[in-house]
Write a protein that binds this ligand. Structure first.
Ligand SMILES: Nc1nc2c(ncn2[C@@H]2O[C@H](COP(=O)(O)OP(=O)(O)OP(=O)(O)O)[C@@H](O)[C@H]2O)c(=O)[nH]1
Ligand SMILES: [Mg+2]
Length: 270
């Protein structure tokens, strides 16, 4: 599908087609549980495998629902999401983790927020109705620090930056350049939402501990990457490219040319 096809997809007044993108790496013991919680009216689920060594792919392929299994070309969660976004065909695209920490039963909340006018709905553990029984005090402090920095640099009022449960109108997501490798992806998406002036809102979400297995996150390395994204994205284009950002090639990646800018971007709808 040419990327520009996204431009012709709008969110209908009711019952949009919903694509759910789930990046997975060695989640065989969690994936069945996650897929089992996906609401029946979800149109397609894209499981993007990161070269798992366990039975993740077999579990996904055996699932009776509308599941497509993709294998990412590169490595990292960011690369996997980019791959899933480009393959998704719905008018609404939801991303969530495949380790059982996020409840797919919350998907209707995200879709409702888009139907009410938002172009991006960010899950937040730190608004009333949200929460976490998983986050450690170090991760909470890091997230709070990065969130404050993002709000300062980009004029947003986010309450949660490093959380991977989000939903978008496909047309709006196609405007963003979310190409990156790893766990900095949520920060990059959040920054891009602000830079493109998308109408965003936050949706309460509850995070549980992963059901089985081990985290793929490396706090120090990934913290540095998040910090790098927040600073680098604030630079003007040419300086950003000198710091290693590859200028998007027309048609070569998920990104498509942005629509004409609105006169005054709004930082949020809340
Ligand atoms: N395809 C793919 N998925 C990945 C990769 N790294 C992580 N993931 C998936 O991304 C999601 C989030 O990764 P986690 O390892 O749970 O990271 P985390 O939530 O910070 O860590 P925990 O709190 O321990 O769960 C999970 O579904 C992972 O399987 C990767 O390189 N490729
Ligand atoms: Mg996790």
């Amino acid at each position: 599908m040419p990327p520009s096809d996204h431009l012709h997809r709008t969110v209908p007044a009711a019952r949009p087609r919903v694509s759910v993108v789930i990046p997975v790496r060695n989640e065989a013991r969690n994936l069945e549980h996650v897929l089992g919680q996906v609401p029946a009216d979800v149109w397609e689920v894209l499981v993007v495998d990161g070269h798992s060594h366990d039975e993740t792919v077999a579990v996904a392929r055996a699932w009776p629902g509308p599941v497509r299994v993709l294998t990412q070309r590169g490595s990292g969660k960011g690369d996997a999401l980019d791959c899933g976004f480009r393959a998704a065909r719905g008018e609404v695209i939801v991303m969530l983790d495949g380790d059982g920490s996020m409840d797919p039963g919350e998907i209707p909340r995200f879709v409702a927020a888009l139907l009410q006018g938002a172009e991006a709905a960010k899950g937040s553990r730190f608004v009333p109705g949200g929460g976490s029984s998983d986050i450690t005090s170090i991760r909470r402090a890091g997230n709070r620090l990065f969130c404050a920095l993002a709000n300062l640099l980009y004029g947003t009022r986010y309450t949660d930056l490093c959380y991977g449960y989000l939903a978008f109108r496909a047309q709006a997501l196609a405007e963003l350049d979310v190409q990156c490798e790893g766990f900095e992806v949520e920060a990059l998406i959040s920054v891009q939402i602000a830079k493109h002036g998308l109408r965003w809102t936050e949706v309460p979400s509850f995070e549980e501990p992963r059901r089985h297995g081990h985290s793929n996150l490396r706090p120090f390395r990934d913290g540095l990457r998040i910090l790098g994204i927040l600073l680098r994205e604030r630079l003007p284009g040419p300086a950003r490219h000198r710091l290693g950002r590859v200028p998007p090639q027309p048609g070569a990646r998920f990104r498509v040319p942005p629509r004409p800018r609105r006169p005054r971007p709004r930082p949020g709808t809340r």
